[in-house]
Write a protein that binds this ligand. Structure first.
Ligand code: UT7
Length: 336
């Protein structure tokens, strides 16, 4: 964990969703499935998907504008953009560079993407915390965005039912009152089990050499394996994060988890002994929006009044890599 030199303030959060809704019933037109099967196993009823030219960069741009407006920080004041995406529409330019241009930021600030799948926001926040703590940058935009609907294999009913599209953003800045809004943060990975969730981007070898067998396209997931791994480690991990910060679960007001499966969320909830009003879930309406999932759940729940400000929350996520992570954060008045 980084020992803060300069504390960090979460200044604003925002989100963006595509308009098109695909319900579980709609999916029965694609393959043999049912609303009952999907809902009881995952908690998902519908998801949003991009349509036509719209993609994760558009969603990320909108979420960024919203977060900047809440933070009352002009784009020209941003010193660094970190974009987290499971799979950017372009490998280059980075989503962060696209967003720098769309926001009209003329100064030559750094902007880069990170790939930590559904843990992307926590990874981004961890990086931002280190930069702010060191005094290297003051105002940082973290944007997490995914257009999963373009990446799933729509013939694979066990995977494509899960995912949706969306974006969330967070503006963080050097705190001027000595209070750090990141009370604790931790990120982890285990590449040995990376084959649980894969999305390959194969090119072709030089035509003058031996060719190789490209991997299949689209997101490939061992759902049972992911479920078993996460259900085993996550509840304990989140509990440990809280105790290692010298806190008790009851001292934290909200659990804002990655929205991957309602049963995994409930396992963490049970471990922490939280009532339903302390747990943010929007999986029913948006499915798993990967990197966007946590900031989307955070920003929407604050906007809709489910999460009251002047509170604390534990964020936790997991995803391809496998990666996982958690953060205990202060949610001050005015962030949304
Ligand atoms: O951020 C990414 C993190 N990923 C996750 O969190 C995924 C975690 N895993 C899961 O949520 C669950 O494993 C799934 C919801 C993906 C799948 O549930 P499951 O209980 O593990 O189902 P399964 O894949 O073992 O399939 C059970 C049965 C199979 O039929 P048979 O072989 O028992 O006859 C599947 O063919 O259910 C069948 N099935 C379906 N049936 C109706 C699989 N998908 C569907 C479907 N509709 N969409």
């Amino acid at each position: 964990m980084v020992k803060s030199l300069i504390p960090l303030r979460i200044a604003g959060v925002g989100y963006s969703l595509p308009e098109t809704v695909i319900t579980n019933d709609d999916l029965t037109k694609l393959y043999d499935t049912s609303d009952e099967w999907i809902y009881t196993r995952t908690g998902i009823k519908e998801r949003r998907v991009v349509s036509g030219e719209q993609n994760a960069i558009d969603l990320g741009f909108e979420a960024s504008k919203n977060a900047l407006a809440k933070a009352k920080i002009d784009p020209s004041e941003i010193d660094l953009i970190i974009a987290a995406s499971s799979a950017p529409p372009d490998l280059y330019p980075a989503i962060a560079c696209h967003i720098q241009a769309r926001l009209g930021i003329k100064t030559q600030i750094p902007a880069f993407d990170i790939t930590a799948a559904c843990t992307g926001l926590i990874y981004g926040l961890s990086i931002a915390k280190a930069y702010i703590a060191s005094g290297m940058y003051k105002n940082i935009l973290i944007v997490a965005t995914d257009n999963n609907s373009r990446l799933v294999n729509w013939e694979d009913r066990s995977t494509s039912i899960l995912f949706g599209d969306g974006a969330g953003a967070m503006v963080v800045t050097a705190s001027d009152d000595g209070v750090d809004d990141v009370i604790a943060i931790d990120i982890k990975s285990d590449g040995h089990i990376g084959d649980l969730i894969e999305l390959s981007f194969d090119g072709k070898n030089c035509p003058l050499v031996e060719q190789y067998e490209p991997k299949p396209t689209g997101i490939r997931m061992n759902g049972k394996g992911v479920y078993a791994f996460v259900a085993k480690i996550l509840p304990h991990y989140v509990e440990n994060l809280i105790t290692s910060a010298g806190m008790k679960a009851e001292e934290i007001d909200y659990l804002i988890p990655h929205q991957a499966n309602i049963r995994i969320i409930q396992a963490v909830q049970e471990r922490l002994g939280y009532s339903d009003d302390k747990v943010v879930t929007n999986i029913k309406y948006y499915g798993n929006t990967s990197a966007a999932s946590i900031p989307l759940a955070l920003a929407e729940s604050v906007e809709k009044g489910k999460v009251k400000l002047g509170s604390t929350a534990v964020l936790c996520g997991f995803g391809a890599g496998m990666t996982w992570g958690g953060a205990i954060v202060r949610l001050r008045e005015g962030i949304c």
